[in-house]
Design a protein around this ligand. Structure first.
Ligand SMILES: [Zn+2]
Length: 138
């Protein structure tokens, strides 16, 4: 089935992320001055304001910081309600927003907070693969 949800429009700043996503790799930006990882991509480090940003392949793992069950949505997402959105604490630092996979939105559970998750990528178009995070055991 064709992907029927909004598709991000990659720009030069985020290009390394999208190239990685197509290859099944989670690429994150890191400041080489203070060594902090930040998400979303920026030209200037939000921690120390340096402009020295490099991209690296992250573990693709993290933990659920918090979540919400969505009962209303627009466009292609309306077909998927209810679904769960979450902020992921990335193992390397900072947080990423996602639609959480591997959980039952009809049985929300506070134990999901802190649960281990792994990234996966879903093709939305030839160029854009979307990152989703899935709860894993252990
Ligand atoms: Zn910095």
């Amino acid at each position: 089935m064709a992907y029927n949800k909004p598709i991000p429009d990659p720009d030069p700043l985020s290009k390394p992320f999208w190239e990685g996503a197509r290859a099944g790799k989670l690429m994150l930006p890191r400041c080489t001055s203070c060594n902090r990882v930040h998400w979303y991509p920026r030209h200037i480090c939000p921690n120390c304001h340096a402009r020295e940003i490099e991209w690296f392949e992250a573990s693709g793992e993290g933990r659920v910081h918090t979540f919400a069950v969505q009962h209303r949505a627009f466009g292609g997402w309306a077909e998927e309600v209810p679904f769960v959105t979450a902020y992921i604490d990335l193992n390397e630092g900072d947080r990423m927003f996602t639609v959480l996979r591997g959980v039952d939105p009809n049985k929300p559970d506070l134990n999901w907070i802190g649960a281990r998750v792994r990234v996966e990528f879903e093709p939305a178009s030839a160029d854009v693969h979307i990152a989703f995070w899935r709860v894993i055991q252990g």
